[in-house]
Design a protein around this ligand. Structure first.
Ligand SMILES: NC(=O)c1ccc[n+]([C@@H]2O[C@H](COP(=O)([O-])OP(=O)(O)OC[C@H]3O[C@@H](n4cnc5c(N)ncnc54)[C@H](OP(=O)(O)O)[C@@H]3O)[C@@H](O)[C@H]2O)c1
Length: 302
C-alpha cells in the first residue's frame, strides 16, 4: 500500500510517498480501515519538525496523521460493533502509538473508531475526530455550569469551531474571539452569542477555552473564574484566583459516535474542507497549514 512517510525530522520536503507493506490481518480487538481522507493538524507539522521527538518513542521512518475517515475492510476477533463495509472515522494518537493515518490502509483498535455521520460526505468526516474530541474534552474539564459566559479563542480554527458549537449545546453563552471583522458572520453562524475582534472585554467571562495560544486572553476572565488551554506551550499562568488547566486530547470512539449523531441531527456542523491535497502533495499541505489563515480543514486524500 501507499503511505506518506516521514524519513527524517525537518521541513515539508522530508515527507514522501512510499510503498509500505500491507497491514497483517487484524489482531483481536483491532480493525483495518481503507482511508478516504486524513485530516492535517498542527500536531503533524510539529511532529514533522521534530518538536515532539523528546516525548515520543515512535521511531523514524514514521507515518504521520491523527484524523481518518474510511471504510472498514477487516475486523479482528471480538469486534462486534463494526463490520467490513461500515463507513467510519477515528482519531489515532499517532505520537503515542505510531499508528499514523496518512496511509491507504490503517489498523486501529476498534474502541477508537466510530461510525461516520450519514449526512455528510465520508471524506469531510476526516476533519472532525481530533478537533471535535479536543473541544469536547476541554469543555468537560472546564466544567462551567449552564448559563455561564465563556470566551473561546481561535473560534474559527478547527478546535475553536467545534468548541463554539459544543459550548452552545452545553448551554454556555459564547464570546468568540476572531482575528478580523470578516470572521464575524462565520462565528455567529457557529452559535456564538457575541464576537470579539482582536480584543476581548476585560474580566467579563466566567471561563476561557484557549485554542489560539493567546495567553493574555486570561484578562477576559473574572476573578476566581476558570481557564482551560489546549496549547500547552502557551498556557497562561494563574492570577486573581483563576484556575488554569491544560487539556490533552484522548482517543474515544464512544464519544465520537455520540458526536456523529449530533451531526446527523443537525446540531453539530462539520465545515467543508478548506483544501484537499493528494498524498504526493503532502509537503504542500503542511506548508499551507503552517502559513495560517486556513478556515476549515486541510485534508489529504490517498
Ligand atoms: N492539547 C491538545 O490535545 C490539542 C489537540 C488539538 C489541537 N491542539 C492545539 O490547539 C491549537 C489549535 O489547533 P487547531 O487545529 O484548531 O488549529 P487552527 O485550525 O490553525 O486554529 C487556530 C486558530 O487560532 C487563530 N488565531 C491564532 N492566533 C490568533 C490571534 N492572535 N487572534 C485571533 N485568532 C488567532 C487562527 O487564525 P489564523 O489562521 O488566522 O492564524 C486559527 O483560526 C494548536 O496549537 C494545536 O496544536 C491541542
Amino acid at each position: 500500500m501507499r503511505a506518506v512517510v516521514l524519513s527524517a525530522f525537518g521541513g515539508p520536503g522530508e515527507l514522501s510517498v512510499a510503498e509500505v507493506p500491507d497491514p497483517s490481518p487484524p489482531a483481536p480487538g483491532f480493525l483495518v480501515i481503507r482511508a478516504t481522507a486524513a485530516g492535517v493538524n498542527p500536531v503533524d507539522v510539529r511532529t514533522r519538525e521534530g518538536g515532539h521527538a523528546a516525548r515520543s518513542s515512535v521511531p523514524l521512518p514514521m507515518i504521520l496523521g491523527w484524523d481518518l475517515s474510511g471504510m472498514v475492510t477487516a475486523v479482528g476477533a471480538g469486534v462486534t460493533a463494526l463490520r467490513p463495509g461500515d463507513c467510519v472515522m477515528a482519531m489515532s494518537a499517532q505520537l503515542a502509538t505510531g499508528r499514523g493515518t496518512y496511509a491507504e490502509l490503517v489498523t486501529l483498535p476498534a474502541e477508537v473508531v466510530a461510525k461516520a455521520p450519514d449526512t455528510i460526505p465520508l471524506s469531510e468526516t476526516a476533519g472532525m475526530p481530533l478537533a471535535a474530541l479536543t473541544a469536547d474534552q476541554a469543555l468537560e474539564l472546564l466544567a462551567l455550569p449552564t448559563g455561564s459566559a465563556v470566551v473561546v479563542t481561535g473560534a474559527l480554527g478547527s478546535v475553536g469551531g467545534f468548541t463554539v458549537q459544543l459550548a452552545r449545546l452545553r448551554g454556555l453563552k459564547v464570546t468568540a474571539l476572531v482575528r478580523s471583522e470578516a470572521d464575524t458572520k462565520a462565528a455567529l453562524a457557529l452559535g456564538a452569542a457575541e464576537v470579539a475582534v482582536g480584543k476581548i472585554p476585560d474580566r467579563a467571562a466566567d471561563g476561557l477555552l484557549e485554542t489560539a495560544g493567546i495567553a493574555d486572553a486570561i484578562s477576559g476572565v473574572r476573578d476566581g473564574g476558570r481557564v482551560v488551554s489546549v496549547v500547552p506551550t502557551r498556557t497562561p499562568a494563574g492570577e486573581r484566583g483563576i484556575t488554569v488547566e491544560t487539556s490533552f486530547v484522548q482517543q474515544d470512539g464512544r464519544r465520537l459516535a455520540q458526536m456523529a449523531k449530533l451531526v446527523d441531527q443537525g446540531k453539530l456542523r462539520v465545515r467543508p474542507a478548506a483544501r484537499r491535497f493528494g498524498f504526493a502533495e503532502a509537503a504542500e499541505a503542511h506548508r499551507r497549514l503552517a502559513a495560517g489563515g486556513v478556515r476549515g480543514k486541510i485534508l489529504l486524500v490517498p
